[in-house]
Structures are given as C-alpha cells and as structure tokens.
Design a protein around this ligand. Structure first.
Ligand SMILES: NC(=O)C1=CN([C@@H]2O[C@H](COP(=O)(O)OP(=O)(O)OC[C@H]3O[C@@H](n4cnc5c(N)ncnc54)[C@H](O)[C@@H]3O)[C@@H](O)[C@H]2O)[C@@H](O)CC1
Ligand SMILES: [K+]
Length: 213
C-alpha cells in the first residue's frame, strides 16, 4: 500500500532534506516540477493553451517552474499570479526571474479563463492555513467551472491534506502530482474526489533516512 504522511511530516521531510542533508530548496522544487511536467506531457491533457494559476508561496513556485518547462518545449503557457510579484517567497521570486528571462507572460489572477485548454493549479499546497474565501474562492470556483482539464500541484488548492476535507472553495482536479509521499487526506473517499488521479513524484525527500555512523 502507498505510504501516506501528514502535513507536518511532509514539511519535516522537506526541512530535514534542505537543512541537514543539504539539498537546496530550489533543487527540490526543480525535481517536483520535472515530475509534474512529465505527467502533463505524457497524460491525456490538451496542451494547446496552458494556464498556470500560481500563488505567491512555494506551491506557486512549483507552478512557475512547470510553466518554464512547458515553455521550453514550445507549449503556449500563461501565468496568472494571485498576488504582487514583490510579495513572493524567496524561491518563487527566483522562479519569476527565470520566467521573465523567457518572456513568459505573467498576468494578475482573474476569473476570465476562456480559451485555456489545461489549467495547472498551483495556488496552495501544504501551506494552506485557513479556509479559502473572498477572491481566492472566486478564482477556485472559476477554475472548477472552466471547460479546461485541471492538474493540481502537490495538493488540490483548498483541500485539507490531513483530513481530505475541503476548506472553503476547493479545486477539483483531473489529476494531482504530489511530492515525496501521498498525504493522509488523499486516500479518504472524499479526498479522492478532489485529487483525481494521483501521482507521487520522487523529489529526493526521504523520511527515515537517519543513518547511524
Ligand atoms: N522547499 C520546500 O520546502 C518544498 C516545497 N514545495 C512546495 O511548496 C509547497 C509549500 O509551500 P509554502 O509553505 O510556501 O505554502 P503554500 O505555497 O502552500 O501556501 C502558502 C501561502 O498561502 C497563504 N495562504 C494559506 N492559506 C490561505 C488561504 N486560505 N487564503 C489565502 N492565502 C492563504 C499563506 O499565507 C502563504 O502565503 C508544497 O505544497 C510544495 O508544492 C516543493 O517545491 C518541494 C520542496
Ligand atoms: K495546488
């Protein structure tokens, strides 16, 4: 059976790998994005006109890296960002720099999603800490109402990854690429309705890798 972990364990695994093993955060992000991009390229997604809907935290950073990886394969990709560019996490700011190098369009988040064939949901991952409301709920509802297929990054935005319960408006994905381990909330009957098909990407984070010298 697939091993599942809590949000706290997922965060501890990332932090241990970065701080103690010494793999930089951006390397983990690159691996995460490579894994997810592979699923998009090899899955049943129409990649004619892709939208990456990105938050300002590291889940958004994963989404931006996916946008770059699609762009270099000549796939048309647009990024919508939920906040201002100068209020992003350190890693996400670095991803934005790379997007600007490639002149990938970055526009403010909106509910006008007409014309996109696939939407990559990179708004919230395991950092979700309150119910999704206000303009975020409007965006999530627009994503769910769109005719595009939806691919979630790490966690369908709005889903409580511990319990599998929606926290306010929650993205319903066709497929989700989650990183390192599946989360406890993904194997409940309710959680499965939000993740869609679930892929687990090996990003080089391993719990229980403490070796006695
Ligand atoms: N270096 C790492 O630690 C790695 C992190 N990764 C990615 O990073 C994610 C976690 O990143 P973060 O910790 O930055 O968290 P997230 O990117 O999940 O979200 C955090 C941001 O969302 C805001 N927020 C939370 N709930 C909200 C709500 N209901 N309404 C409005 N804003 C809300 C928080 O204030 C914070 O600004 C993972 O899910 C994964 O996708 C991966 O890149 C793998 C490595
Ligand atoms: K997400």
């Amino acid at each position: 059976m697939t091993r599942t972990v809590s949000i706290a364990q997922a965060r501890q695994g990332d932090s241990h790998t970065i701080k103690e093993v010494g793999i930089p955060s951006l390397v983990l992000m690159e691996r995460a994005a490579l894994g997810a991009t592979g699923r998009l390229l090899n899955g049943d997604f129409d990649l004619t006109n892709v939208l990456v809907f990105a938050g300002t935290g590291n889940n958004g950073g994963d989404g931006l890296a996916i946008a770059r990886m699609l762009h270099v394969r000549d796939i048309k990709v647009t990024v919508m960002l939920t906040g201002s560019e100068d209020r992003t996490s350190t890693e996400t700011a670095q991803q934005l720099k790379s997007l600007h190098y490639y002149q990938i369009p970055v526009i403010p988040a909106s509910t006008n999603l007409a014309g996109y064939t696939t939407i990559v949901d990179a708004i919230f991952g395991v950092g979700l800490d309150r119910p999704v409301g206000g303009k975020f709920a409007d965006w999530v509802n627009a994503i769910n109402a769109s005719s595009a297929k939806v691919f979630s990054v790490d966690v369908p935005s709005g889903l409580n990854a511990d319990t599998g319960e929606p926290q306010g408006a929650t993205v319903k994905a066709t497929a989700t690429s989650t990183f390192a381990y599946a989360k406890n909330g993904f194997v409940t009957a309710q959680g499965k309705q939000y993740t869609g098909e679930l892929f687990v990407e090996d990003i080089g984070v391993y719990l229980d890798d403490h070796y006695e010298g």
